[in-house]
Design a protein around this ligand. Structure first.
Ligand code: IMP
Ligand code: MG
Length: 203
């Protein structure tokens, strides 16, 4: 079991920002009575739970799951679908809810996939982004925080499927991820084998 890492974003800071984002989204979608929130599993489940309960517009919720084989590239070919939406989205207002944007490959894949289904609108809400990694042209309509290019955990974010339930977002010691790259077998995270993911993340 990994030790709790130092705080990057406290639970209070996250809660404050989620409330702000929910206010902004509620204002922007005022009058829309069928907003569909699409949470990207597994990392976004806590963010989606908190965000959705602060919205003042009527909404429903669905989930999609993808797995990422990272090699430091943004190739969408590295992303594969694990679980699709249950509902058709043609003609619906869709808000994609993500935990973190790293290389942007996952979002690129998801926006292409969902746009092809002709929603009335498609916007992106991401709690965190690593600006040093994400392509400058990648549009995020609602962004919680820009964070340093380091592996973070907590508030839904994992390392080898651990530490998701930390109430805050913490920065993992690079020595931990380095050890994993050189031979540990942590697995089960959204991106499949955590060892593969870290090779990409550490570059
Ligand atoms: P991207 O496709 O490179 O943008 O990566 C996005 C996905 O990788 C996220 O949805 C997360 O599942 C995972 N990920 C990227 N960086 C981190 C991190 O620092 N902590 C936990 N998960 C991460
Ligand atoms: Mg994610």
């Amino acid at each position: 079991m990994l030790a709790p890492p130092p705080v990057l974003l406290s639970a209070d800071r996250i809660a404050g920002r989620v409330t702000e984002l929910a206010g902004q989204i509620s204002r922007d979608y005022a009058g829309v009575d069928d907003l569909l929130l699409v949470g990207v599993l597994r990392g976004a489940f806590i963010f989606l739970a908190d965000l959705s309960r602060r919205l003042t517009v009527p909404c429903s919720v669905d989930f999609i799951a993808v797995s990422r084989y990272e090699h430091g590239s943004t190739a969408t070919a590295d992303v594969r679908s694990i679980m699709d939406l249950r509902v058709p989205i043609a003609g619906r207002h869709v808000l994609l809810v993500e935990d973190i944007v790293d290389s942007g490959g996952t979002l690129d894949y998801l926006t292409r996939t969902l746009r092809a289904r002709n929603p009335a609108s498609l916007r992106i809400c991401a709690l965190t982004r690593k600006p040093q990694r994400a392509p400058a042209g990648l549009r995020i309509d609602y962004l919680g925080f820009d964070i340093p290019d380091q592996w973070v955990v907590g508030y839904g974010l994992d390392y080898g499927n651990q530490l998701r339930t930390l109430p805050y977002i913490g920065m993992l010691d690079p020595a931990v991820t380095q050890r994993s790259v050189s031979g540990a077998t942590a697995s089960g995270a959204d991106g499949g084998d955590a060892r593969l993911r870290m090779v990409g993340a550490e570059r």
